[in-house]
Ligand binder design. Sequence first.
Ligand code: ZN
Length: 88
Amino acid sequence: MQQQPNVDLSTSTAYTCDNCEHDTFKTVFKLRTVSAIASPSGEEMLVPIQAFACVHCGHINKEFLPKDLPDNEDDGFSDGVGDGILLG
Ligand SMILES: [Zn+2]
């Protein structure tokens, strides 16, 4: 984990889940598969996307996810999101 910047927490406000307003989160990863055609390596790969999920309901606020992440599967994926893992 990176060290927290030295900020005055008295000026902060609670960050809450958009779904249930719970205020604790856990680190989760979404995984995207990238087809060989779209992959920079030319091979199918898995791309992890780190996000924070609400501990209470599991919701992931949308600001944790890339704006270009499609809601539906199989819609390709833009680069710039971490290092991929080659499959097989
Ligand atoms: Zn929630």
